[in-house]
Design a protein around this ligand. Structure first.
Ligand code: 5AD
Ligand code: SF4
Length: 470
C-alpha cells in the first residue's frame, strides 16, 4: 500500500488497520452462521467498481452474497446522482423495502454512493425512510466495516457523509471472475461542468499510484482477466495532481507490458485534456482498443461555453480529425445532453450536424436534468418540455441511421471477439464484443467463453453484429 503523508491523499495506516480490525471482528461474530448480503448498484462503471469493493469487504466479513432481497440479511444500495430519474428509482426501491423489513426486523438496510453524499438527500432519507439503518458517502467507502459493525452491535442508525476522499489501497474486491475487469485509476473531478453534480459528490481529482494500479492489473491477468477498462471521470488528467505531464499515456504504455492482458480500454476522456501523445500511444500499442469515448455534450460552441466545457466545436473536430488520421478504423462514441437550459432549436441543429460530421458509432444521450447546487440549475430553460422531448426523439432517429450505416463497415471483416457467454436475446447464439465494444452474436459453444477468437462479420444491424466462427 502507498502512503504519501505529506499529500494526505491516501488513507492513513491507522485507518487502514481499523478497516481490517472491523472486518475480522464481524467475521468472528458471524462464525458458524450463514448470513446473506446483497449490493444493488445504480449508475456508472465507477459505481460498479465501488460495489465490487463493498462486496469484497462483505465476503471477507463472512457474508454470502445473494441477488434475492427476501433472503438478504444486509442490503446496500450504491446510488447515483447524475440525473433525477436515478434518485427516483432509489426512492422507489427503498420504499418497497419497508415491507420486507416489517416482515424481517433484523434486516440491515444501507444506502451509499453519490446520491447520499448530497447533505439535503441524506437528510431526506434519514427523515422519510426510517427503516434505513446506515447512510454512508463516497468518501468513506473504506469505513464500511466499522460503520456496519456499529449498526450490528447497537441497532442504531448510523450516518457518515464526512471526509474529502482518501484513496484506500488494499480493500478486498469481488471481481466477477470473468475475462473483463474495471480498474479505477483515479477518483473525483476538478472540472465543474455547469450541469454536473459529480465534482460535488466525488470531490477533487486523486490519482492512484502507478505501482498500485499495475500490480492490481497484474494480479487480474494472473487470475485470467484478458481485458481491462481503466476508469476515471477524466483519465486524461491522471497524475496531474502529482504534477505529472502525460501521466495517462505513460501509464497505458506500462499496462500494455503486462503479460496476459490482451485488450485495454479506458473512459472517460475530457476533450479539453486529450493529448496528441495519448492518441499516438493508442495508435501504436496493439493492445489498446481503437475505440474512444469522447464526451461531446453539445455541437453548439455557445452551449459548450455555457456548460463550462473549455472547448468549442472546432477544437473538438480538430481532435477527431487527428485521431482518425492516426487510427483509420477508430470507433468513436460520445455523450450528448439535450435540453440544456440555454439550448435553442438552432443550437440543437448544431448538435445534429456535428453528429453527422463525426460519425459516432453510438451515443449515450440524456435529457438535461437540473441538479441542485450546480450553476445551470439556477437558469431558466429557454425551451419547453415538448420541444426538448421532440429534439430527443429526432436525435435518436438520426443516430440510429448513423449507427446502422457505420455498422455496415464491419461486414466482411474478420474481427477479434472476446466471448462473454450465451446471448440473452437468442439462446442459440453465443455473444461477445469486438474492439469497438460492439456486440457480436455467432453460433458457437460455451467452451469459448473468456477466449478472444476470430469471427467473420456477416450481417450488421443497428445494435448488433452477426458473424460466424473463422
Ligand atoms: N443532466 C443530464 N445529463 C447529465 N450528465 C451529467 N450531468 C447531467 C445532467 N445534469 C451526462 C453527461 C455526462 C454523462 C456521464 O452524464 O453527458 O457525460
Ligand atoms: Fe461531470 Fe464535467 Fe467532471 Fe464529467 S468532466 S464528471 S461531466 S464535471
Amino acid at each position: 500500500m502507498s502512503f504519501l503523508a505529506e499529500k494526505n491523499i491516501f488513507i492513513s495506516p491507522e485507518d487502514k488497520a481499523l478497516q481490517e480490525v472491523y472486518i475480522n471482528s464481524i467475521k468472528n461474530s458471524l462464525s458458524g452462521q450463514t448470513k446473506y448480503a446483497m449490493v444493488e448498484t445504480y449508475g456508472c462503471q465507477q459505481n460498479v467498481n465501488d460495489s465490487q469493493r463493498i462486496e469484497g469487504m462483505l465476503l471477507e466479513m463472512g457474508f454470502t452474497l445473494t441477488d434475492d432481497r427476501e433472503k438478504a440479511d444486509v442490503i446496500i444500495f450504491n446510488t447515483c446522482a447524475i440525473r433525477e430519474n436515478a434518485h427516483e428509482r432509489v426512492y422507489g426501491n427503498l420504499g418497497a423495502l419497508k415491507h420486507v423489513k416489517a416482515r424481517k426486523p433484523s434486516l440491515i438496510i444501507g444506502i451509499c454512493g453519490c446520491m447520499v453524499q448530497q447533505p439535503q438527500i441524506a437528510k431526506r432519507v434519514k427523515s422519510k425512510y426510517r427503516h434505513v439503518d446506515l447512510i454512508f458517502g463516497t468518501h468513506v467507502l473504506w469505513k464500511f466495516p466499522p460503520l456496519l459493525s456499529e449498526v450490528m452491535e447497537h441497532r442504531e442508525r448510523v450516518i457518515d457523509i464526512s471526509g474529502d476522499g482518501v484513496i484506500c489501497e488494499g480493500t478486498p474486491v469481488n471481481y466477477d471472475g470473468g475475462a473483463k475487469a474495471f480498474v479505477s485509476v483515479m477518483y473525483g473531478c476538478n472540472n465543474f461542468c455547469s450541469y454536473c453534480i459529480v465534482p460535488y459528490v466525488r470531490g477533487r481529482e486523486r490519482s492512484r499510484m502507478e505501482e498500485d494500479i499495475l500490480s492490481e492489473i497484474d494480479m487480474l491477468a494472473k487470475s485470467g482477466v484478458k481485458e481491462v477498462m481503466l476508469l476515471g471521470q477524466n483519465v486524461n488528467s491522471y497524475g496531474k495532481d502529482r504534477g505529472e505531464e502525460n501521466g495517462f499515456a505513460n501509464l497505458l504504455k506500462k499496462v500494455c507490458l503486462i503479460d496476459g492482458i490482451e485488450r485495454i480500454r479506458f473512459m472517460s476522456s475530457h476533450p479539453k485534456d486529450i493529448s496528441e501523445e495519448l492518441l499516438r500511444v493508442m495508435a501504436e500499442e496493439e493492445k489498446i482498443c481503437k475505440s474512444l469515448h469522447l464526451p461531446l455534450q453539445s455541437g453548439s460552441s455557445k452551449v459548450l461555453s455555457d456548460m463550462n466545457r473549455h472547448y468549442d466545436r472546432e477544437k473538438y473536430m480538430g481532435i477527431v480529425k487527428k485521431a482518425k488520421e492516426l487510427m483509420p478504423d477508430l470507433s468513436l462514441t460520445t455523450d450528448i445532453i439535450v435540453g440544456f437550459p440555454t439550448e435553442t432549436d438552432k443550437d440543437f441543429g448544431d448538435t445534429l450536424s456535428i453528429l453527422r460530421e463525426v460519425g459516432f458509432d453510438s451515443i449515450f444521450s440524456f435529457i438535461y436534468s437540473p441538479r441542485e447546487g450546480t450553476k445551470a440549475a439556477e437558469w431558466e430553460n429557454v425551451s419547453t418540455k415538448e420541444e426538448i422531448d421532440k429534439r430527443f426523439r429526432t436525435l435518436l432517429d438520426q443516430q440510429n441511421e448513423i449507427s446502422y450505416k457505420l455498422n455496415l463497415r464491419h461486414e466482411g471483416n474478420v474481427e477479434k471477439v472476446l466471448v462473454e457467454g450465451q446471448s440473452k436475446t437468442d439462446p442459440d447464439m453465443m455473444t461477445g464484443r469486438n474492439y469497438a465494444n460492439k456486440i457480436v452474436n455467432f453460433k458457437g459453444d460455451e467452451s469459448l467463453v473468456g477466449q478472444i477468437i476470430d469471427v467473420k462479420i456477416t450481417k450488421a444491424q443497428t445494435w448488433i453484429l452477426y458473424g460466424e466462427l473463422k
